[in-house]
Design a protein. Structure first.
Lengths: 1037, 479
């Protein structure tokens, strides 16, 4: 029906408007003919005529002939629009006059506005972001029925309002203009009903479901699991395989559910577990909050040990970090278990170095000393034996029931061995047993282990159905493609990591008529038309006590179902420790696979915010890379940004090289999720596809080869860790392998101030004493001081002890402040627009550093250097002490940026904001201007939120309460590291933090008087392991 | 001056010195044998000849095509934004501001020659003042282009002017960029008026000598009815004196204000009290270099050696030597203060300039501005070698451009917060814009030498023996 509809439509329109198209039919038009055609047509008619004319094949032939290079653009709707604009200009030159007008279609204002809609007043709805390691309960901001901001649900007992980059970016994922928009069969648009009919008939035709196979992303929805069980009851031979590339093979996917209560843990050991920095770690939100709570009081600190194979911010935050190659970690854990006294551990022989032995001994001593008050957390992306060993160690230390809480259930209602599952699916496919393969929200053509030959096997299925948000690699080869509804568009349910049920409540009708997996399963059941809403209600009807409607409304309103958390046990389940793998030979190059910290397994490839986000530790954006240590780089004769060929498991990929400080030698880490072909305009073609060298037998690490090839890749790193000692007269033999930036920042510049607990106890005021730590006097200004005593005075306090560098704040800032994505080339030349960044400084030898993280945004200086130099007064101070940008007034001299010592100002060097893409317009925060080119911008403490709170307070004739205003970064922070408030209110939380003796202002000696203060870092090292004193010689030139 | 020289006249060997005028005993400014007629003929013929030299056409075509390139670069700039250049964060100012400071500095020599040397009655200025002033004006034009185009929204550049908007939004007068606006616009206005007023008597001469109707009308209009009456001359002289009085402080103030762009900011490497004198000296240094770059080929191609003599070149070399040493002192002071202040920011910035990743720029600057000129300019032999002086002038111009590069880029790319350190790599659009203004400058200058008198006839005629009316009687020794 869609095939020639367009053509006919054009023809009809042509005759309607009286254009004599026949006269020119067949031949390309000339400009003279165009002019002739449009002669005498005016106003509204004229514009319609142009459009009709522009759609005729003759005109298009003319375009192709005149502008062969742009003919291709005609096909692409976006470029086409730009091209039409240009053509419009040429037509105007051809004797026509331009004008603006309303759209042709009738538009209606509200006659009766919806009851709950007050334009300009957002509504908030509770929902949840379903994720494979547990849903994140969200409180969504909805403006005029458009969800525009996702934040953690602050009342949720388990997650308590924290969020993470993925949840924050879900709005951009929703409005992604490249989402698929039609049900398609072999490339032609169809209707959902056509698919449903064909699907239901086929499955019914098999009688028992023989040959019907579902391949789904890990099912986390209890309702979906219930629906599947019903399908299975009706068609017992139908099969379901779940596969998530980053989850397959982890203990978690096999129903091992362990919660940790870190509030009571004085000593924490991470065994390759990224538990405080990666939102993909099960239970991340609670773990990071509990960890951070124990970092806020220097007299009550916990101590973190990290043994890890890939440098992560968790390891960098640790008091003591030991880097081991991935294959050595289970062996190390086995040694540890033996020392702790776990019986029956068969530790493989491994030649530990003295340093490693010392670390182990100190660790054992410390863990034993804190038995029952410590926790050992195993990583997910590791051999299964590691989790078993960790549980045994915890058990031996008496931590079970205290800090370690094993549970029986997981958020996966249908646990399965995902690798075995996909293997058996490939076998079935190759045997021709699969008639219909229905793929639900998965992209196996891209993500399946390379050894299975999935792309070949899938061709053997008779019909492939793909439910997905994009026409991705799998969608391209599928016969049927069904656009998947985003979680903000469809009803579902999910469990947080602790088991608490949340209803996934849609906030908007499907933008493109998307369907969810619920709809697909429901087609096979008794009431095929039943929507996801009814299905979800049916699941919880027996569970919700009392009046169902009332209970249901409460669940929707609160965002969770009270009392639905899993029970936890006080004893470890008996489990055999699997055979511990022997570490790979020291000469072999180890390749470690990790899900990408930003785009995970590739599912968020097309989310610009996440692509542009600097990855933790490396600050790489827009690409993945072969991460390795500096020593390995030198050994292989490489330079950063060189291209290498990585070979493993029969596959070969070309990858750029990047040094990750603290990476073990002779080991390479690659992130999954890049090298997408059909991700969309943002994600396609970025990075390299690491799935091509990842096998089902060794999904987490393997051995492989590396070979240099010619050329440079052109990676974009937002901040380098520069080693250039000719530049510094302060370099000594001792710090020659250190990062110059850190030597400067930690040394003479006093950017990062830190001490050990002992040093802190000896000198509690260490953060405010010293060479560059002086505070200037209020009199040192030639301009009169403004008194901020009258009104509110906004200020912020940032606790660097709590910050784990998880990046949630940056994405939150993107969403709140309509920050544009600039693209890789612009990031490469230092033009990223993030108002908030997390500065990292590596202390010590870059081969094995410790890192400090410092969230950095506008410091709102009271004596702001930027304001004084702006020639047009485009950046000015408010009476409440905010340093404001007046975008309309800015002419773009960029003097303010030069004069900003914190370099937090961001300039629209080009037109970075997207004014064209329709779907992105829906996403914008209406309270924040979308900045055009040539304008400076920067953080303003979320002034729109301040104004909203002031208006509300004024209406109620009261002052603003402490905590009433929460900035976007503060709201997103799962560690509660950022506190904002009124510094004129002596009881406010921000004042208490700022008055803390650990609190200091950055570069206060410049007399900028910043309103943001940082809490100095206090570390709690084990004295047995404490290296050289971390003092730096005072640098006096 | 004549009085002062009298005792010297007693010794005959001095009067035999070929560099002195045997009649007055003064050092010759122009070659011997010049008369009113020869001067007028020589200069007016260049302008009034119907036969434009072929070489002129060649240069004009080259300069014209570079101007076309500039047009392309600017069009693309206005379409896309300043992002086509290499500016980034932290180096938010790049070639545009470097070029701006460089060009405006070049202009300074013209004003110094025409105003300060006039007040000091340095007669050697007469031959070179006109084209030096023209150089000033075209350099200011090139310079003024940059602040306009470097802003993010150039169509709003007029907001820097204190215009009485209905919203009563005024510029922010604390900003050095605002001071720049006034300094540069004042400078442009005074320079143009001074230049034009100085040309009026010559326009009268050209009007009288022009053969073509077009020429007669053109110069007639420009000469504003000049008849050469005594009253005209009196008014002309006092106007010149007043204008030179107005222009003299500008030589010092304009570049001082420009230096405030940096000195007032808190960026280490910018925040320095030595900047004003150091900038002014640098401006004059580069300005004289540019005068040499123009004078040496001009006198050769138009055979003006009799009017722009070796002594002119020699004097300018001496001025360069002096200003070069002031600049050298500036560099030395920067290094000294980096150590003496015990200020870590300053020390790091200095070391980073000299030994950091962009050290090449610093050492090129030292080579071009100090090592080569300040060792060679002592030699009279070299100062009288035109080829050498021409090459040297190009070296100093390059060096002074690099100085601004060093100040702007190497201060910004690694300032206070180490996390924000960046780098700077100019794009082709940066180079096209720089080259484009050079082309524009040459283009304007070619038009100037073709259509306007490049040497002030009226002033040079004061230097020929015929003009020496006052000491009519031969000077007696022991008067």
């Amino acid at each position: 029906m869609s095939g020639h509809g367009k053509y006919e439509g054009t023809k009809n329109l042509g005759t309607e408007s009286g254009l004599n198209l026949k006269a020119i039919a067949g031949k390309p038009m000339t400009l003279a003919q165009v002019r002739e055609e449009l002669k005498g047509v005016q106003g509204k008619r004229l514009w319609r005529s142009i459009d009709e004319l522009a759609n005729t094949p003759e005109f298009q032939a003319a375009v192709e002939r005149e502008f062969p290079s742009v003919a291709q653009e005609w096909v692409d709707p976006v470029s086409r629009r730009g091209f039409l604009k240009l053509m419009g200009a040429s037509m105007a030159l051809a004797g026509l006059a331009g004008c603006t007008k309303q759209p042709d279609e009738p538009i209606y204002p509200y006659i009766k506005a919806p009851e709950d809609l007050i334009l300009g007043k957002p509504n908030y709805f509770a929902t949840a972001h379903p994720f494979v390691t547990g849903a994140v309960p969200l409180l969504m901001k909805s403006d005029a029925y458009r969800p525009i901001k996702a934040d953690g649900n602050p009342e949720h007992a388990y997650v308590k309002g924290g969020s993470d980059p993925f949840s924050q970016a879900s709005v951009l994922d929703l409005y992604d203009p490249d989402r698929s928009q039609h049900v398609m069969f072999r490339g032609e648009n169809r209707e959902w009903a056509e698919f449903a009919e064909a699907f239901r008939d086929t499955v019914a035709g098999t009688g028992d479901g023989t040959g019907i196979c579902f391949l789904s992303a890990t099912i986390t929805s209890p309702t979906l699991a219930r629906q599947w069980k019903e399908v299975q009851a009706a068609y017992p031979k139908a099969t379901l395989v779940q596969y998530d590339p980053a989850m397959a093979g982890t203990p978690y996917s096999r129903a091992s559910n362990i919660q940790y209560a870190l509030a009571g843990a004085d000593v924490i050991l991470s065994l390759d577990a990224e538990f405080i920095s990666s939102a993909t770690f099960p239970g991340f939100h609670k773990l990071v909050r509990d960890y951070a709570d124990r970092r806020k009081d220097p007299n009550h600190l916990n101590r973190l040990y990290a043994v890890e194979s890939t440098p992560t911010t968790t390891g960098m935050k640790a008091e003591h970090r030991l880097m081991l190659r991935a294959s050595e970690i289970p062996a190390f854990a086995a040694e540890l278990a033996k020392e702790i006294g776990v019986s029956g551990v068969d530790a493989p022989a491994c030649a530990w170095t003295d340093e490693q032995k010392k670390y182990l001994a100190a660790l054992v001593k410390d863990l034993k000393a804190h038995a029952g008050r410590c926790a050992v957390i195993p990583g997910e992306q590791q051999d299964p034996s590691l989790a078993a060993l960790a549980l045994a160690i915890n058990s031996a230390l008496g931590n079970i029931g205290k800090t370690v809480l094993p549970g029986g259930e997981t958020v996966h209602p249908i646990p399965s061995d995902q690798i075995a599952g996909i293997k058996s699916l490939v076998d079935d496919l190759n045997l021709g047993k699969v008639n219909w393969l229905i793929i639900l929200n998965a992209n196996p053509v891209y993500t399946a282990p390379v050894d299975l030959g999935f792309p070949d096997a899938i061709d053997k299925a008779r019909v492939i159905v793909h439910l997905g948000s994009h026409v991705d690699e799998t969608g391209q080869i599928a016969h049927w493609h069904i656009p998947a509804a985003h979680f903000l568009e469809s009803w579902s349910d999910a469990r947080a990591y602790d088991g608490t049920v949340s209803i996934v409540q849609p906030l908007i009708d499907p933008l493109y008529g998307g369907k969810s997996a619920h709809n697909v399963f429901q087609v096979l059941l008794n009431e095929p038309e039943l929507g996801a809403y009814e299905a979800v209600r049916a699941t919880w009807r027996p569970v919700i006590k009392g009046d169902f409607e009332e209970g249901w409304r409460k669940v929707l309103h609160d965002g969770w179902l009270a009392g639905s958390a899993f029970a936890t046990a006080n004893a470890a389940p008996r489990a055999e420790i699997p055979k511990i793998p022997v570490p790979s030979s020291h000469d072999a190059l180890e390749i470690v696979f990790r899900p990408d910290p930003n785009i995970y397994d590739g599912r968020w490839s097309n989310v610009g915010w996440l692509q542009e986000l600097p990855k933790p530790v490396t600050n790489l954006s827009w690409d993945n890379a072969a991460l390795m240590s500096g020593a390995t780089l030198v050994k292989l004769g490489l330079e950063e940004d060189d291209i290498v060929e990585l070979g493993a498991n029969g596959g070969v990929v070309k990858a750029p090289v990047l040094v990750a400080p603290g990476h073990p030698d002779n080991s390479v880490t690659v992130y999954l999720g890049y090298g997408r072909q059909f991700a969309g305009r943002v994600g396609s073609g970025q990075g390299f596809n690491a799935y091509l060298i990842r096998s089902s037998a060794s999904p987490f690490y393997t051995t492989g080869s590396i070979r240099k090839v010619d050329g440079k890749w052109g990676i974009a790193v937002t901040k380098s860790h520069y080693q250039d000692h000719r530049a510094s007269p302060f370099t000594t033999e001792a710090n020659k392998n250190e990062s110059l930036e850190a030597v400067e920042a930690l040394g003479a510049r006093g950017i990062i101030r830190k001490a050990t607990v002992r040093q802190f106890q000896a000198n509690p005021n260490f953060a405010n004493e010293g060479e560059t730590h002086e505070q200037t006097h209020m009199g040192t200004s030639i301009f009169p001081n403004w008194s901020y005593n009258e009104a509110n005075a906004w200020g912020m306090a940032i606790d660097m002890n709590s910050c784990t560098g998880c990046n949630a704040c940056i994405v939150s800032c993107y969403a709140e402040n309509n920050i544009p994505v600039v693209g890789k080339q612009q990031v490469r030349i230092g033009r990223d627009m993030q108002w908030l960044r997390i500065d990292s400084y590596f202390e010590g030898d870059l081969a094995a550093p410790r890192a400090f993280y410092q969230p950095m945004m506008c410091q709102q200086c009271e004596n702001a250097p930027c304001e004084q130099v702006c020639p047009v007064g485009a950046t000015v101070h408010t009476p409440e002490g905010l340093n404001m940008m007046v975008y309309n007034r800015c002419v773009g001299t960029r003097y303010c940026s030069n004069n900003c010592p914190y370099k937090v100002r961001r300039f629209n060097f080009l037109l970075f904001s997207d004014y064209e893409t329709e779907s992105l317009k829906l996403m914008r925060n209406p309270d924040v201007t979308v900045r055009s080119r040539g304008v400076m911008e920067k953080c303003n403490y979320c002034v729109q939120r301040i104004q909203e709170a002031k208006i509300n307070a004024d209406k109620e004739n009261r002052g603003i309460r402490d905590g009433e205003i929460i900035t976007a970064c503060q709201q997103a922070c799962p560690a509660k590291a950022i506190v904002f408030g009124n510094i004129n209110d002596p009881n406010s939380r921000v004042v208490k933090l700022r008055d803390n003796q650990l609190s200091y202002q950055l570069m206060a000696d410049l007399n900028t008087r910043p309103r943001t203060k940082y809490t100095a870092i206090v570390m709690n090292p084990n004295e047995d392991l404490e290296e050289m004193p971390v003092e730096h010689a005072p640098a006096n030139g | 001056m004549v009085e002062r020289l009298k005792p010297l006249m007693a010794t005959t060997e001095l009067t035999k010195d070929p560099r002195r005028d045997p009649v007055t005993g003064e050092y010759r400014v122009i070659a011997p044998g010049q008369t009113f007629k020869s001067v007028t003929d020589k200069i007016s013929k260049i302008v009034l000849t119907p036969h434009t030299p072929l070489g002129w056409y060649a240069y004009f075509v080259i300069a014209g095509s570079v101007v076309m390139m500039l047009t392309v670069a600017l069009t693309w700039l206005f379409l896309k934004g300043v992002g086509i250049w290499a500016v980034d964060v932290p180096v938010a100012w790049g070639f545009a501001i470097i070029n701006f400071v460089w060009w405006i500095g070049i202009g300074h020599a013209g004003t110094l020659i025409s105003a300060i040397l006039l007040l000091f009655k340095q007669q050697w200025r007469n031959s070179i003042s006109r084209f030096a002033e023209a150089m000033t004006i075209f350099a200011v034009m090139c310079a003024a282009l940059f602040p306009l185009i470097h802003v993010g929204r150039p169509w709003l550049g007029y907001w820097l002017l204190p215009l009485p908007f209905t919203m009563t939004v005024w510029p922010q007068f604390r900003s050095p960029l605002e001071w720049d606006t006034f300094a540069v616009s004042t400078y442009a206005i005074i320079s143009i008026v001074f230049w034009y007023v100085g040309m009026v008597p010559d326009f009268g001469t050209l009007r009288d000598r022009a053969q073509s109707k077009v020429g007669q009308y053109f110069y007639g209009l420009l000469s504003r009815g000049w008849r050469g009456s005594v009253r005209h001359w009196v008014r002309y002289e006092s106007a010149s004196l007043l204008l030179s009085g107005l222009a003299t402080p500008l030589v010092l103030s304009v570049h001082t204000v420009i230096s405030f762009d940096f000195a007032v900011a808190i960026v280490p490497g910018w925040h320095t009290t030595i900047f004003p004198p150091y900038f002014v000296a640098g401006a004059i240094y580069s300005g004289f270099a540019m005068v040499l770059t123009l004078a040496i080929p001009l006198r050769k191609y138009y055979h003006l050696e009799a009017l722009v003599t070796d002594r002119h070149i020699d004097n300018m070399g001496k001025v360069m030597l002096a200003t070069g040493f002031i600049v050298c002192y500036g560099y030395g002071m920067e290094a000294f203060m980096a150590w003496y202040s015990a200020n870590h920011w300053e020390a790091f910035t200095f070391w980073n300039r000299a030994f950091g990743p962009m050290r090449w720029s610093y050492w090129c600057l030292i080579t071009c501005n100090l090592a080569i000129p300040l060792t060679t300019l002592w030699s009279r032999r070299l100062r009288n070698n035109m080829t050498f002086m021409f090459i040297l002038s190009l070296i100093v111009n390059t060096g002074m451009w690099l100085e601004r590069f060093v100040i702007i880029v190497t201060s910004l790319y690694r300032d206070y917060l180490p996390s924000s350190w960046g780098t700077y790599r100019a794009t082709k659009w940066d180079y096209m814009t720089l080259a484009g203004t050079l082309g524009f400058f040459l283009f304007m200058f070619l038009l100037f030498v073709r259509f306007l008198p490049m040497i002030p006839m009226s002033e040079v005629k004061l230097l020929v023996p015929q003009a020496k009316i006052t000491p009519k009687k031969p000077v007696e020794a022991g008067d």
